[in-house]
Design a binder for this molecule. Structure first.
Ligand SMILES: CC(C)(COP(=O)(O)OP(=O)(O)OC[C@H]1O[C@@H](n2cnc3c(N)ncnc32)[C@H](O)[C@@H]1OP(=O)(O)O)[C@@H](O)C(=O)NCCC(=O)NCCS
Length: 173
């Protein structure tokens, strides 16, 4: 059974809910990804594939998706952690919001859910690597008290082949 995390109304009164992604969301995720790429919006994220099975909802790795009343995915937040070993107290985070639904607080809502789960799982360190030009993501993490830890030179390759620097942001729990 699908576990709902939350149901919210966004500023334009469209209703949406958040829940954990599963294998059945793959087609919907693919459409979401392609639309965002086509509109030139998803340019600073590291991965070029976002199938839910990659994360498989294991203990420390999962994906939260935001879905609107037309069952369309409008945002996602991924958490990637290890199941065992000396780094299993750490997770890496990533997020994407559909360009038509940006700046409505969806990423804020998803990150809030993720942080609640991270605390419940007793994770001690969350990190996010963000392109230095990615103002939206930087604002997002700052809202949640993440701190800039370091700058990574040539941390990311853009689609045009150029390398750009990234910041590593962390939050310690
Ligand atoms: C980053 C991203 C997920 C933010 O999603 P969102 O749902 O628009 O974010 P929110 O509405 O919750 O806004 C979070 C904060 O960022 C600000 N913000 C959002 N988009 C912004 C923009 N384009 N420019 C400046 N600030 C922006 C918001 O005002 C808000 O800050 P505030 O509460 O102080 O006003 C979205 O812009 C996105 O998908 N970008 C492309 C993919 C990407 O870069 N992923 C991250 C890789 S690290």
């Amino acid at each position: 059974m699908i576990r709902l995390i939350n149901r919210e109304k966004i500023k334009d009164t469209m209703e949406y809910k958040t829940r954990y992604a599963n294998k059945k969301d793959d087609k919907n995720l693919k459409d979401f990804w392609e639309e965002g790429k086509k509109k030139g919006f998803f340019k600073y994220n590291g991965d070029n594939k976002i199938l839910s099975e990659s994360w498989n909802n294991k203990n420390n790795s999962y994906m939260i998706i935001a879905i609107n009343d037309k069952r369309k995915i409008i945002g996602l937040c991924v958490v990637i952690g290890r199941e065992e070993g000396r780094m299993k107290h750490r997770v890496e985070l990533g997020w994407l919001v559909h360009p038509d639904h940006a700046r409505k607080g969806i990423a804020t809502r998803m990150l809030k859910e993720v942080i609640r789960r991270i605390k419940k799982d007793k994770i001690k360190r969350a990190e996010a690597e963000i392109a230095i030009k990615n103002t939206a993501s930087i604002k997002l993490v700052k809202k949640f008290g993440f701190i800039k830890e370091s700058k990574r030179e040539k941390g990311l390759t853009l689609d045009n082949g150029k390398y750009i620097d990234t910041y590593l942001y962390k939050k310690i729990f």
